[in-house]
Design a binder for this molecule. Structure first.
Ligand SMILES: [Mg+2]
Length: 266
């Protein structure tokens, strides 16, 4: 745990941390202005691999926050880093959206057609596929049940939508495939430390000068703990003081909201 004032880069969760759906949480704008004035950096982290970075940039700008694609760290970054370290240009069987496919092609990977059954693929890659169909599930099961390396962008079981309701996220799709194949993938987004490592390398900031800020203990706080970064919980989303008391994933700092974090940095 570091003194907050020594933190150089904040990695922030978005929903429940800086906004709720389309409403900024009070103090968020002041927080980012203060970081800019103090010469500190910020990056937004998301486990959602179904949407391209530009959709986050547009939303943040609409809410008045300065952001470019460089400011978005998604589970796709972590996945790309993982694959590049092991097999640049890997041949992938993908269960994912068209936007994820484009990102992978841009990074030099090969994505085989859905009907492909050749024995030379390197990985089955599962994302939060909001364009899922049975052809993709069938192909994934073909390779997964034959023991091919199997990775997934994020472990989240459910994704919040309007009115506090949920839809199945990447982890839920993995559960469905597990029922048919008895295998689960290796997950790469939060809480795996890969996302923090990727940001540390890209921004050239050492891990001990990075803080992870979020409202969920098992992803936002756990990723900070797993990476050896400072972890900061805000109580404007999922986590409650009771949950923190009962958890072994204790944040280094806890604030009622980003406003109190902002005030601590003044
Ligand atoms: Mg959140």
């Amino acid at each position: 745990m570091q003194d907050l004032k020594s933190i150089q880069l904040y990695m922030l969760d978005m929903d429940g941390t800086i906004y709720n759906e389309d409403t900024l949480i009070p103090g968020a704008l002041e927080f980012f202005k203060l970081l800019q004035a103090q010469g500190k950096q910020y990056v937004f982290m998301t486990n959602n691999s179904s949407k391209g970075k530009i959709s986050y940039v547009e939303k943040l700008r609409r809410l008045g926050i300065d952001a470019t694609e460089k400011h978005i760290a998604s589970s796709v970054n972590a996945t790309v880093m993982y694959l590049k370290e092991r097999k640049p240009g890997a041949k992938l069987f993908l269960v994912g959206t068209e936007s994820l496919k484009r990102e992978l092609l841009d990074e030099g990977f090969e994505v085989v057609p859905l009907g492909y059954r050749g024995d030379d693929i390197d990985y089955v890659l599962l994302g939060f596929d909001t364009e899922l169909n049975y052809e993709k599930v069938r192909g994934a099961c073909f390779y997964v049940s034959r023991g091919y390396p199997y990775i997934a962008t994020n472990c989240d079981l459910k994704c919040p939508v309007l009115d506090n309701k949920f839809i199945p996220d990447c982890g839920a799709i993995a559960k469905m495939i597990e029922l048919a194949t008895d295998r689960m993938p290796q997950f790469l987004g939060k809480p795996e430390r890969t996302m923090v490592d990727a940001v540390s390398a890209e921004w050239n900031v050492p891990i001990d000068k990075i803080a992870c800020v979020g409202d969920r203990l098992y992803t936002d706080i756990a990723v900070g703990i797993n990476a050896g970064a400072t972890s900061i919980c805000v109580l404007t989303g999922e986590a409650t003081p009771e949950e923190i008391d009962g958890s072994d994933q204790k944040p280094d700092y806890c604030f009622d909201s980003i406003k109190e974090l902002y005030e601590a940095l003044l």
